[in-house]
Write a protein that binds this ligand. Structure first.
Ligand code: DOR
Length: 443
């Protein structure tokens, strides 16, 4: 007799749209085939989840995996291994590689590279440029495309669309939500004198100040409203932007990062030097407090790690030559679970921010909740496990984390993707077989 299910997740606490439910999950053909008491139903494999919480697969909608061209920092294999180790089942990868992902050929190249090397499911952003604006409506509909990413201010790499007219041209071409790095290029340039020629990294948030972020967010919201195009404001870092964004909920969605929710200036720069340097910067505690308020009043739609690895040697260069960005895809789940343990958000809100939120914002097909017929992606966690985040645990090629030495409560025990157990108890189980993420009504 053939097995009723390929896999049964037995006796876990499922975090479903109806709340927490003690039940089994039956998985067949990579999808959720049954929820409930499956008793001794035959299954090829049975995973005992007693004492554990079964969350829908965590989706990280902002990572930089550096391939092609910058593989000494990371590649698709190492970046997705880090994701799977951290309980992340799907990632959206950023276009500031070398070459930047700005054409159909660049996108197809990344999709090819991911085949049989990605440990988790992937989609790739196409970068907007002043030159490819006219092609974006076609590019955003290609298989494997997460949407369009627009850098309003220079960060790592060369992608930049700084002027209102060029931004308007990008927003006018296409329908899908455009992901925005909102820092005002003109203000960045005019204030660079603050750090030019060498300075303390503690001045990073003074150079890339609150107004730099606020100006850009205000500008892009006005432009988006002008053409009726939805936008997604990445890594929001200021209390002032949140105050503006609350009045644009019809058009704008909001991302925050675990590091902006966890670290604060000036302490992070004193403790970590340029290892805490990212764009937009980690700022004073009043901004972190405002981000937490926005997590809890519903203004924040999702948490993205902005995993942006650089080598230790690069990070040790004197500021401002040190590059901006820090790894984060592997630490997202433990860090946010620790915030759950500390009472800063509920487990339900975590699921909303890391699964349901991404699905709603980007229109993911058949993902983002535990429901019959949905893809069998799960992040299985132990809410009571107390473990220490260390450099040694990090499998990202950069080999470090800003959270080294931090003991957290809550840990990813297993990562399941399309019904396959990809990580269990800190071991990757191969071969890597991540698939392209599909979007409703696209491709
Ligand atoms: O700090 C950052 N690093 N911010 C970005 O926008 C880019 C990223 C990177 O790619 O290093």
């Amino acid at each position: 007799m053939s097995d009723a299910y390929d896999l049964i997740l037995a006796r876990g606490t499922l975090c479903t749209p109806s709340g927490r439910v003690e039940a089994d999950v039956g998985i067949t053909g990579g999808r959720i085939a049954a929820l409930g008491d499956l008793g001794a139903a035959p299954a090829a494999t049975r995973l005992d989840c007693s004492g554990l919480h079964v969350l829908p697969g965590v989706i990280d909608t902002q990572v930089h995996f550096r391939e092609p061209g910058i593989e000494h920092k990371e590649d698709i294999a190492t970046g997705t291994a880090a994701a799977a180790m951290g309980g992340v089942t799907a990632v959206f990868e950023m276009p500031n590689t070398k070459p930047a992902t700005v054409t159909a050929a660049d996108l197809a190249d990344k999709c090819r590279r991911a085949k049989d090397r990605a440990w988790v499911d992937m989609a790739f952003y196409v970068g907007a440029t002043p030159d490819n604006a006219g092609d974006l409506a076609v590019l955003e509909r290609l298989p494997g495309c997460a949407g369009i990413k627009l850098f309003m201010g220079s960060s790592t790499g060369t992608l930049l669309v700084a002027d209102d007219s060029a931004i308007a041209a990008v927003l006018a071409n296409g329908l899908r939500r455009v992901a925005i790095h909102a820092e005002d290029e003109e203000r960045l340039r005019s204030r660079f004198t603050i750090v030019a020629g060498g300075a303390d990294v503690g001045l990073h948030p003074a150079w890339r100040d609150v107004e730099t972020a606020v100006n850009a967010t205000r500008r892009v919201l006005a432009l988006a409203e002008g053409v009726g195009r939805p936008v997604h404001i990445l890594h929001v870092s200021t209390a002032e932007e949140l105050d503006i964004l609350k009045d644009h909920r019809d058009i704008a969605t909001v991302e925050v990062t675990p590091q902006h929710l966890t670290l604060a200036a000036p302490g992070c720069y004193e403790a970590l030097d340029a290892f805490a340097q990212m764009n937009p910067p980690i700022r004073e505690a009043r901004h972190r407090d405002a981000l937490w308020q926005a997590v809890n009043n519903g203004l924040v739609d999702c948490i993205g790690s902005d995993h942006a690895p650089h080598t230790r040697e690069e990070k040790k260069k004197p500021y401002p030559d040190s590059p901006s960005g820090m790894p984060g895809v592997q630490t997202l789940v433990p860090l946010i679970l620790d915030h759950v343990a500390k009472g800063r958000l509920s487990l339900e809100r975590l699921v909303d921010l890391t699964s349901a939120g991404p699905a709603r914002i980007f229109g993911l097909a058949g993902r983002g909740r535990i429901a019959l017929g949905y893809r069998a992606d799960f992040t299985i966690v132990d809410l009571n496990a107390k473990r220490m985040i260390t450099h040694r645990w990090i499998v990202s090629r950069c080999g470090w984390t800003p959270f080294d030495g931090l003991t957290v409560q809550g840990w990813p025990i297993a990562t399941l993707i399309g019904g396959r157990i990809v990580m269990h108890e800190g071991q990757l189980i191969g071969p890597p077989a991540g698939e392209a993420i599909r979007f409703i009504g696209v491709g």
